[in-house]
Write a protein that binds this ligand. Structure first.
Ligand SMILES: NC(=O)c1ccc[n+]([C@@H]2O[C@H](COP(=O)([O-])OP(=O)(O)OC[C@H]3O[C@@H](n4cnc5c(N)ncnc54)[C@H](O)[C@@H]3O)[C@@H](O)[C@H]2O)c1
Length: 330
């Protein structure tokens, strides 16, 4: 079967593309290659897949690709993904995440795809206190411009299911980490700062809790979903591996043999959600998926990968420094 993956040059879905290729799917990737996209993640796949550099909000080009490729399955993950950037400027988030999802849904409707897997996020649920978990039926209360744009995209998918009977499946994963994650997200930021012996900024007191999911576990969940996921259903993809941010930072420093003196607490991010935690009972019971990689093992593997691919990370940090200069007038 042919799977079209949007955002397949990004951190998570380049890995999903690789798992799909290995499982025998014909894979087409559509990606704008924003600052967050990188062909280096899929270089080793390029002779086995077809790649199109396209903006998902460009209806004409997206329709042309559907006309040519006629995919049976769509995994729509392309999005602006960094919360801090959405706080500085929400517009690209509305364009890529909301309009882009609208265009993809329209193309899928027009070309009668058999499955449209809409990638959402745990952030659509908003924040939790120290107890409880979000279920697929929990109310949606997104708090950042990023989370609102993803919730809009998630709800657009619902509307196409209900209104046009488009075969939509919605997936809400928790915080991913692993190889090739862009160094503006917590784990690679901490690694790089520690590597360079620089101060590590930690929001507030580092008490915020996230649930950490190793990227290969997400890729395995995606295979289960495209193979056996029920049309119209929503699946949380979690791990139960909850950690306070400060504990994640300490663990990275421990693995790297660095001291905690590098930690520097900084003013909290506005609207910073306290805790996310997903119940993944549904995907476990219905599709037989559960995470296989513990946080300790996944973190070890991730840190080793960063050491082995330090040139990639240093190149990205140079790119980021240019962005910070403009965005934060540094
Ligand atoms: N990273 C996480 O922890 C996490 C957790 C839950 C959900 N998600 C969701 O999973 C998906 C992938 O996340 P990620 O962290 O791998 O993202 P990422 O930022 O690493 O990659 C996003 C990809 O989308 C592409 N893209 C962005 N705008 C585009 C556009 N307009 N047209 C075409 N391509 C575009 C980028 O070039 C990039 O390759 C996103 O939908 C995100 O919201 C991520």
């Amino acid at each position: 079967m042919k799977v079209l993956i949007t955002g397949g040059a990004g951190f998570i879905f380049s890995r999903v593309a690789e798992f799909c290729v290995d499982a025998g799917y014909e894979v087409v990737i559509l990606d704008k290659l924003t600052y967050a996209g990188d062909l280096a993640r899929i270089n080793h796949l390029l002779d086995k897949i077809r790649f199109y550099q396209v903006d998902v909000s460009n209806q004409k080009e997206v329709f042309e690709i559907f006309e040519r490729e006629k995919p049976e399955i769509v995994i729509h993950s392309a999005a602006e993904t960094h919360v801090d950037r959405s706080i500085l400027d929400g517009k690209p988030f509305l364009e890529s995440n909301v309009i882009g999802t609208y265009v993809m849904l329209e193309a899928a409707r027009h070309y009668n795809v058999e499955k449209f897997v809409n990638i959402s996020t745990d952030e659509v649920y908003g924040e939790l206190g120290s107890e409880g978990h979000f279920h697929e039926t929990s109310p949606l209360r997104p708090n950042s411009p990023y989370a609102v744009s993803k919730t809009s995209a998630d709800m657009l998918g619902r509307s196409y299911l209900r209104t046009y009977q488009l075969p939509v499946i919605t997936v809400r994963p928790s915080n991913n980490y692993g190889m090739f994650q862009y160094p503006e997200k917590l784990i690679p930021v901490v690694f790089l700062k520690a590597y360079n012996q620089e101060k590590i900024p930690v929001y507030g007191k580092g008490e915020n809790v996230r649930e950490w999911l190793f990227v290969d576990d997400t890729a395995r969940a995606m295979l289960k979903i495209i193979e056996n996921g029920e049309i119209g259903e929503i699946y949380n993809v979690g791990s139960s591996e909850e950690r306070r941010n400060i504990d994640v930072v300490r663990k990275i420093l421990e693995i790297m043999g660095k001291t905690e003196e590098l930690i520097e607490f900084v003013k909290d991010r506005p609207g910073h959600d306290f805790r996310y935690s997903l119940s993944y009972e549904k995907i476990k019971q219905e599709l037989g998926w559960q995470p296989e990689v513990s946080f300790e093992e996944g973190l070890q593997r991730t840190i080793q990968w960063y050491y082995s691919n330090i040139d990639w990370l240093l190149e990205k940090i140079e790119q980021l420094r240019k962005y910070w200069k403009v965005a934060y007038k540094q």
